[in-house]
Design a protein around this ligand. Structure first.
Ligand SMILES: *Cc1c(COP(=O)(O)O)cnc(C)c1O
Ligand SMILES: [Zn+2]
Length: 470
């Protein structure tokens, strides 16, 4: 739709015009640093950084209900820079001009209502937000869209001649980083990903290779890869693309903006269920809702349920003991969340203590529950990954524990696509899980192809078909 066809009330705001001043802010000592370079931790105290808009209060001059109408109407525009997560330009990176925004089709993923049988199994009505329908098939594209748009803007405004983007990954970060970096000019940008050998799925290895990234595999788990890229980011000229880099978190906040928008901004009694790995996602989800709440776009903060496997559960232990300690992970089908020392933990604890309080709970589930959550959802019309299965059984537990009640509207995050985790489904169906997973397949959930002779009669007999009369 063309600008002139919109109601007077929103016309002037459809194209973002907020003149922002943004900076890094240390979550420890609160020092500010200009956003003219790549910075991941505070040079003064070493704590994590977040990105702040020092002029955020100017956005409050527009009342919340008008913001709702602006964002709703903006969806009807056909302007590349506003098509994806930058629909919420003012809340993500208002210093980036629209023409420098890189849009590769991310964001605005559907929320799909679970059917009656599925809701009955879980004990609550709920929606699943399909973040596996992003271009590289996971929510990581949200953060990469903001990170790579910022890098693009920096290349243009700071005259950067050479940039090496690097990340450690449980699979999806590297797929997203490699995809988005490959859109930038090859004579300026190189793309490198570090993966734990044998601990990403074949699809997740295929993705960065296909995007042309240099893929380095090392022995160990994600936490080992993370330590190495942190050392590289510390000592060498590279741009770290893990969620430790707050330019990623900015884009991942779009998940919350979209959830609110998809519920027509009725966020009362909302519960949002997300899996937790490195804790960048849950951080962004909380920060996103906080933005909306601060601007009066929603009336209350939602309940956030963060789900972890018993095989990678540092936040569960933190909640139980009040003390944070990294854990040794053991194999998990929720492999993308198999992280023992989540980098963004300090952000989570701060957000919980300062804002979410009892509106946050960590929920622990078993490996058996996770895979069966995925299988059962996918037998009811869904396409969720193992982490989506983790969220679903996390919700089921939340209902059993009385955290989620009949009044709640619930949105569950399926963070990536079913197809990335086909191998785990196959292991379940073939009963070939290695011992450490502690998974014993139930016959009723197995499904394997049946080889038969090429004969209609034999197949009809096998299926017990009735012959047509007359
Ligand atoms: C990265 C990832 C997670 C975990 O998100 P964090 O930000 O690391 O907590 C969960 N599911 C999938 C599919 C992922 O790729
Ligand atoms: Zn500091």
């Amino acid at each position: 739709m063309k600008i002139d066809d919109f109601p007077e009330e929103v016309k002037d705001y459809l194209l973002p015009s907020h003149k922002a001043q943004m900076a890094y802010e240390c979550i420890g000592c609160e020092a500010n640093y200009p956003l003219d370079r790549f910075l991941y931790t505070c040079p003064r105290c070493g704590a994590l950084l977040r990105i702040v808009d020092l002029t955020f209060d100017a956005l409050k001059e527009i009342p919340g209900p008008l913001w709702q109408r602006i964002f709703d109407h903006r969806k009807m525009l056909n302007i590349d820079g506003l098509k994806g997560i930058f629909l919420f330009h003012e809340l993500i990176f208002p210093i980036i001009p629209l023409e420098d925004v890189i849009y590769l089709g991310e964001g605005h993923t559907p929320i799909v209502k679970a059917n009656e049988e599925m809701s009955h199994w879980v004990g609550a009505d709920f929606y699943i937000k399909y973040d596996g329908l992003n271009p590289s098939a996971s929510f990581k594209d949200r953060g990469m869209a903001s990170a790579i748009s910022f890098i693009n803007y920096m290349i243009k405004t700071k005259g950067i001649k050479e940039l090496l983007g690097i990340c450690a990954s449980t699979g999806d970060t590297s797929a997203a980083a490699a995809l988005y970096l490959s859109y930038l000019p090859k004579d300026v940008v190189r793309s490198v990903v570090l993966l734990p050998q044998g601990k990403v799925t074949p699809a997740q290895l295929f993705q960065p290779l296909g995007s042309g990234a240099t893929v380095i595999e090392i022995p160990g788990v994600f936490d080992d890869c993370m330590r190495i890229v942190e050392q590289l980011a510390e000592g060498y000229e590279v741009c770290l693309l893990n969620s430790k880099n707050p330019i990623r978190i900015q884009g991942q906040k779009s998940y919350s903006y979209e959830v609110a928008q998809q519920l027509d901004f009725h966020a009362q009694d909302l519960a949002v269920v997300v899996p937790i790995g490195n804790a960048g996602n849950v951080t962004a989800v909380m920060e996103g809702f906080l933005d909306l709440y601060d601007l009066g776009i929603i009336e209350e903060l939602p309940l956030i349920l963060g789900v972890q496997s018993v095989h990678a559960n540092p936040l569960i232990l933190w909640q139980q003991t009040g003390e944070y300690r990294p854990v040794e992970v053991t194999p998990s089908v929720a492999q993308a969340a198999m992280i023992g020392n989540p980098v963004s933990f300090p952000k989570v604890s701060r957000l919980v203590e300062e804002h979410f309080k009892e509106r946050f709970a960590a929920i622990q589930v078993t490996e058996q529950e996770i895979i069966e959550g995925m299988l059962i959802a996918n037998r009811h019309g869904h396409v969720v990954c193992t982490q989506g299965g983790e969220s679903i059984v996390g919700l089921k537990k939340g209902v059993e524990m009385g955290l989620v009640g009949a009044d709640h509207k619930v949105v569950v995050d399926s963070t990536s696509h079913q197809l990335k985790f086909a191998g785990f489904q196959q292991m379940y169906f073939e009963d070939s899980f290695p011992e450490e997973y502690e998974i014993r397949p139930q016959e009723g959930l197995k499904n394997n192809p049946i080889s038969m002779e090429a004969s209609a009669e034999a197949i009809a007999h096998y299926l017990g078909l009735k012959r047509k009369q007359g």
